[in-house]
Design a protein around this ligand. Structure first.
Ligand SMILES: Nc1ncnc2c1ncn2[C@@H]1O[C@H](COP(=O)(O)OP(=O)(O)OP(=O)(O)O)[C@@H](O)[C@H]1O
Ligand SMILES: [Mg+2]
Length: 387
């Protein structure tokens, strides 16, 4: 049975992964929850990806990449329920994380150097489907193994399609196992010149291709895929380990969504996918919700006009009755528009709630007036997320 409150998740689970589509608030939510756990006495690590500069600044992380850094304890513990917690943060450099995975599985240090220096690697390591998500999860796996943390909160990259995250290892394997790549790999087969190895037609195609991209590029490609093939076994094994880690009950997946139709659509698809993959879903955090603030009963344009007329500060402005009427009408119209947005958001939340089932945890965070870029504002979101 899923937990009833997010605060219980923070206190009971060891890994919390914030997933969701682009721009919904994953980084903000991960930072808020990690801070909240630290403020409740946990030794917490947040693995964050590309935080807004001002948020990184306010956590004291601005100048750091790919290194764990402790957030100033005084900042973390100010007004907190516990004075013993710690917040550590790391801005994950996904390219560096992917390089680390490669280095670990290469057969020797010179192979690492060759692969990292290979221009093909440089070109594709940043764009290989799922590579970045994979690297982030591999890093999580490393940190988990150290046993140093009470809780690790993981932010995930903005994926064009949220499901990429779960598909990452399979896509990577497929990309590297494809027949076209196998063909290139064979160019590096032992013995014989590369042109003869692929036969007449192959050699012809290669020569034509070399005219466009240069024969050095084709060599690089062959070398890359051969060497990469060597590390792929370790890579797959690691993917399996990571995925079995992510299925453990000490892990929780929090689906961050916003009430926008596209985000809800993606969140529903992601939820179905998490459930079918046996991942421990803990609930939805619906962020940037327009709150409903009904006017007091009996409020009409006329009652607002009357209130304006009776207000000494307004009277001092010496406005005409027509101006009062116009102001009252504008206020009521603006309020109606906000209520329409709030009603649409309410439907979106209900939609997610029914997908999650009666026991699913769902919290709503109202749309804030400003961006959430400092510790004070992160702490202010706690009350929406945790209760
Ligand atoms: N409840 C909120 N009200 C107002 N602004 C918010 C709220 N939550 C987050 N924001 C702001 O929205 C922007 C996007 O948030 P955030 O970076 O957390 O999203 P993300 O899901 O991590 O995005 P990406 O997919 O690009 O990584 C930030 O500027 C953040 O300060
Ligand atoms: Mg983000």
């Amino acid at each position: 049975m899923p937990p009833r409150r997010l605060v219980d998740v923070l206190l009971e689970r060891r890994i919390l992964v914030c997933v969701g589509s682009g721009g919904v608030g994953k980084t903000t939510t991960a930072a808020t929850l990690a801070l909240a756990a630290a403020r409740r006495g946990k030794r917490t690590l947040v693995l964050t990806i590309d935080p807004a500069r001002r948020l990184a600044n306010s956590l004291g992380l601005a100048s750091l990449g790919h290194e764990v850094q402790q957030v100033d304890p005084a900042l973390v513990r100010e007004g907190a329920p516990s004075a013993t917690g710690e917040l550590h943060a790391m801005m994950l450099d996904q390219k560096a994380a992917f390089d680390e995975v490669v280095a670990r599985h290469a057969k020797d240090p010179t192979a690492v150097q060759r692969i990292l220096a290979n221009p093909v690697y440089a070109q594709i390591s940043g764009s290989l489907a799922g590579a970045q998500e994979y690297a982030a999860m591999a890093k999580l796996h490393d940190f988990d193994r150290t046993g140093n943390w009470d809780l690790i909160v993981v932010d995930t990259p903005p994926t064009a399609h949220a499901l990429d995250f779960l598909d990452a290892p399979r896509k990577l394997s497929e990309a590297i196992d494809s027949p076209a790549i196998d063909w290139f790999r064979k160019l590096q087969g032992e013995g014989g010149s590369r042109w003869s190895f692929v036969g007449k037609t192959g050699a012809f195609v290669l020569k034509r291709l070399a005219k466009f991209v240069g024969s050095k590029f084709i060599d690089d490609l062959g070398v890359f895929f051969t060497e990469f093939n060597d590390i792929l076994g370790g890579f797959r094994q690691r993917a399996e380990e990571t995925f079995s880690l992510l299925r453990q009950p000490r892990v929780g997946f929090l689906l961050v969504a916003s009430p926008e139709p596209m985000a809800v659509h993606e969140a529903l698809a992601f939820h179905a996918r998490l459930v079918s993959a046996g991942m421990p879903f803990v609930g939805f955090a619906v962020n940037k919700v327009h709150p409903s603030r009904p006017l007091p009963a009996g409020t009409t344009t006329a009652s607002i006009e009357a209130a304006l007329a009776a207000n000494p500060a307004v009277a001092a402005l010496g406005l005409s009755a027509t101006s009062h009427k116009m102001a009252a009408t504008a206020l009521v119209t603006a309020h109606d528009e906000l209520e329409t947005l709030a009603a649409a958001d309410r439907d979106a939340v209900m939609n997610l709630k029914s997908a999650g089932g009666p026991d699913a945890l769902l919290v709503e965070v109202p749309l804030q007036r400003d961006d959430v870029h400092d510790v004070e504002r992160l702490v202010a979101l706690e009350r929406f997320l945790l209760t």
